[in-house]
Design a protein around this ligand. Sequence first.
Ligand code: PHE
Length: 356
Amino acid sequence: MTRLPATGPGEGASPPDPDALVAAAAAQVAASASLAELDDAQSALLGKRSALVAARQAIARLDPAARPQAGQLLNDARGRIEALLADRRQELHGAARASRLDADRLDLTEIISPPQRGRLHLVQRTRDELEDVFVGMGFVVAEGPEAETDWYNFEALHMPPAHPARGMWDTLYLELGEPETVLLRTHTSPVQIRLMQSQAPPIFAVMPGKCYRRDTPDARHIPTFHQIEGLVVDRGISFADLAGTIDTFTGAYFGPDIHARLRPAYFPFTEPSAEYEITCTICKGAGCRTCSQTGWIELGGCGMVDPAVFSAVGLDPEEWTGFAFGFGIDRCAQMRHEIPDMRVLLENDVRVLRQI
Ligand code: PHE
């Protein structure tokens, strides 16, 4: 250990040991945890009131011969303390910079789940696909209003007021105009009339849209549903054209395993008329709750355009022939995706909507 030369008697208190000063300074420097603390330590160690300055003043009281060496030792101690401060300053600078960088850094390993993407509802997708199938077969797409007059929904379709066939559809009337003159269309067939009024034949068109009936919901019925109507008007159209169109559509939309059949039926606006049924896809024809144990599901109706309908729109039934059909879009979706109960399409249960 370096010692200051011993002072002679009466020369006053000996200045502190420079090594002890440096050791105490080293402890204080090491304990400074921030640059601000280090600044405080620096003024305490080197400033006017520091032990170092006090020691320097004490040299004056030493024997003159001993002063140069004592001064030299204290200078040396000051240099060592300054070096300790500089080292610690650099260390703390580095740490502060590292923590700034750390705070700024992008954590590229973090997994942020991607936003949930929305999608079109199954019924809308089915409608789009059906349109595509028919457009591929040479049809155009047309639309009509959902609020209709009695004339378009019934009368022009060969159902005069009080015609018993009106009972085939439980109608929701709107409180507009005379009672029971404006209604929510019960089928898309009124668009046939609007189309024939607005353009001359030949017509090859499909007309998708929403329909409304006062039905009690069950596995196959919902009061707000969708249909796609078809209308062909040209010269020399036969029932074979209708059957061929239905068959082509069934194969294109449902694939080769699903069979279609036409059963004689009655509709006031077609003659002859048929019901269009396909193999129930839920039970593959074996019979289940969805098809009421029949193995078949009715998708819609069809038939040759009744001459009375041509007359209602001013087309000569002697010159023009045609066929029409109307299918449930929701039913098509239900059968294609094997959904046992159609009501899930309307319930907005996200667990279902995510799957379909
Ligand atoms: N509009 C009929 C219905 O909703 C279906 C149909 C359309 C029947 C076209 C024949 C021709 O039940």
